[in-house]
Design a protein around this ligand. Structure first.
Ligand code: AMP
Length: 403
């Protein structure tokens, strides 16, 4: 794996695919700049070497969310909104090109001096981006002498700027940015090199989103803890009444099959034994703690109970490698966040005792940040879908394109 450290960028123009797909408020103020900050080390390495930088990114899904008249909502999806903030972070003025391939953008990048930074407009304003169009990718490639991919969050997509563009650069002239390299190294450490016992903790809403990852983990993990809404499909599969809890009835047979295969392989599937149930999906709902045999009709499980927390904590404590994806309950609501918080704390403790812990997937990252524990785990991944696909055992086109 060639990283930016293998290249001296002096006098070179680096075309860097970053992930600046950040959230905004209604006035277009950035509400979370984590993704921008995550790209700074790579950008600064090129500048420090004496090179110049051309940045490209997508922002949202402009072609899927067209205005009523069928045109692109440029005001909403422009990357121009981040120029000021990026300039502050890089302590220099960032030049903006209001298209990513037109003549003006090419002139701007051709005239770029060492130490200068150019940000190209949203690559998804062009149909060719998501289609992985060859001609569009070739035009993007004109912007750099070297191509760096630092957008792990988009590495599972064979889009023009994340994958196809790499064809236009020789092996020596393309590489992983620091963020991408760290993401791949940490994910590989868990996938290929896990110190045992290896525990995967899966939660969130749907079994269907996590089937492939569970199936792959059956070959890798010693324990698979399943919490959150997805646990109720398994609990129902075991024959219990789960009331109005989230259940995917069409996945019951699959849940039975997974439990059987886990048993055959000696993988321990750890399910919640009690739940906090509510009479409606609301923070102010009436609640009760019940074991999973006693779930009342009409009520729904929105968090794991104390007994489950204690069982999960014991498994986590004994683990040397931990992968966490998905919350244990509806942690966005104050009254149903306890299980997710307890699991986050248990992971932090195990990490302190020497375990390697990787947290990834949108909602578990949001949870670990909410509980201020992000610096107490070994690595927090920025790549939701990309990380999941990695653990499903798929090769990521954005990674392969750099090899
Ligand atoms: P996912 O995107 O599949 O990881 O799911 C995350 C979402 O699952 C979060 O918004 C949680 O609120 C939700 N969730 C977790 N546990 C439950 C539950 N027991 N019932 C309903 N939703 C849940």
């Amino acid at each position: 794996m060639q990283t930016v450290d293998s290249i001296n960028f002096n006098d070179k123009r680096a075309l860097i695919r970053v992930d600046f797909n950040v959230p905004f408020d209604k006035q277009f103020n950035i509400t979370d700049d984590t993704r921008i900050r995550a790209a700074l080390p790579t950008i600064n390495k090129v500048l420090k070497d004496g090179g110049s930088v051309v940045l490209m990114s997508h922002l949202g899904r402009p072609l899927k969310k067209l205005k009523e008249d069928g045109s692109i909502d440029r005001e909403k999806f422009t990357l121009k909104h981040i120029v000021k903030h990026l300039s502050n972070l890089l302590e220099r003025d960032v030049i903006f090109a209001d298209d990513c391939i037109d003549e003006n953008s090419q002139t701007l990048s051709n005239n770029l001096k060492n130490g200068e930074v150019l940000l190209l407009e949203n690559t998804r304003f062009h149909k060719g981006e998501e289609k992985g169009d060859e001609a569009f990718a070739a035009q993007l490639a004109h912007h750099g002498d070297v191509y760096i991919n630092d957008a792990f969050g988009s590495a599972h997509r064979a889009h023009a700027s994340t994958t196809i563009v790499a064809k236009h650069f020789t092996k020596e002239n393309k590489c992983f940015g620091y963020l991408m390299a760290a993401e791949v190294a940490n994910a590989q450490k868990v996938l290929n090199n896990a110190t045992k016992p290896f525990t995967a903790i899966l939660g969130g809403a749907k079994v269907s989103d996590k089937i492939l990852i569970i199936e792959n983990l059956l070959n890798l993990a010693d324990n698979i803890i399943i919490g959150g809404g997805m646990a109720y499909t398994f609990i129902k599969a075991l024959g219990f009444n789960v009331g109005n809890s989230l259940v995917e009835d069409d996945k019951i047979d699959l849940a039975i099959d997974i439990l059987k295969r886990a048993n055959d392989k000696g993988v321990k599937i750890v399910l919640p034994e009690d739940s906090i149930i509510a009479d409606k999906f609301d923070n102010d709902a009436n609640t009760q703690i019940v074991d999973n045999l006693n779930m009342k009709s009409g009520w729904m499980g929105l968090d794991i109970g104390h007994q489950s927390i204690s069982i999960f904590e014991d498994v986590i404590k004994e683990s040397k490698t931990i992968l966490w994806n998905g919350p244990m309950g509806v942690f966005e609501m104050e009254n149903f966040q306890n299980g997710t918080r307890a699991v986050a704390i248990a992971i932090a403790h195990a990490t302190k005792e020497g375990a390697f812990s990787l947290v990834g997937g949108g909602d578990s990252v949001a949870a670990i940040n909410k509980f201020h524990l992000a610096d107490k785990v070994s690595y927090v991944s920025t790549g939701g879908g990309a990380l999941l696909e990695f653990f499903e055992g798929k090769t990521l086109p954005g990674v392969t394109a750099l090899l």
